[in-house]
Design a protein around this ligand. Structure first.
Ligand code: COA
Length: 169
């Protein structure tokens, strides 16, 4: 277990803060326009860099949004879900702790529709996560990763070279 992971019994959020977070959550989830969605998610505490695109219906952790960092020029496509906590043990055994573990999406990473990113994961710079992938482990820089669980299948630069060659034909 790496040192950034924490075990807590509960995430304490006051009633008014919860209400406020909910308001920004809905705007961040379904608000018209990227600027509004980015603004709303920042207000909830998500760390978001410059020139980030957050499509509609992107879910970013509701319990600990401040544990999610999205660096510059990242794109999150429609339906992406990001979780920075895991309460599966506590949900069944209330005396068990919740796991909190930060998520980091590095510069220029592109996350395709409906990908799910679990707690503790880092996605590398300029990497692409394929549609419907389940990312439960770190993904290195400059790869294309797909599947459940997500695994790198290609080097991004080689895939790009092949793509540009095919576009010339
Ligand atoms: C990640 C992605 C770009 C990969 O495309 P690609 O590099 O052209 O991949 P390929 O088509 O060459 O596929 C390579 C292998 O991975 C598999 N694969 C590709 N995408 C996959 C995915 N999302 N999930 C699971 N497997 C996938 C292919 O079936 C193939 O497997 P095989 O070798 O056993 O036949 C693409 O799958 C994807 O998710 N595109 C989403 C684009 C998008 O976001 N569109 C909407 C917003 S613009």
């Amino acid at each position: 277990m790496d040192k950034k992971t924490e075990f807590v019994n509960q995430v304490k959020i006051g009633f008014f803060r919860k209400l406020r977070n909910r308001f920004w959550y809905f705007l961040g989830y379904i608000g018209p326009g990227n600027k509004l969605r980015v603004f709303a998610n920042r207000r909830r505490g998500v760390h978001i860099g410059n020139n980030v695109f957050i499509d509609a219906m992107v879910h970013i952790d509701t319990a600990v949004p401040h544990l999610v960092t999205i660096e510059d020029n990242v794109k999150l496509s429609v339906g992406v879900k990001i979780f920075a906590h895991n309460s599966v043990f506590q949900d069944i055994n209330p005396q068990d702790p919740i796991i909190l573990s930060p998520v980091l999406i590095k510069k220029k990473a592109q996350i395709a529709p409906n990908a799910v990113i679990l707690d503790g994961v880092t996605i590398g710079e300029s990497s692409v996560i394929g549609a419907c992938a389940l990312v439960n482990k770190d993904i290195p820089d400059r790869v294309i990763a797909v599947g459940v669980p997500a695994k790198p299948i290609k080097n991004y630069d080689e895939a790009r070279k092949a793509f540009l060659n095919s576009a010339k034909r």
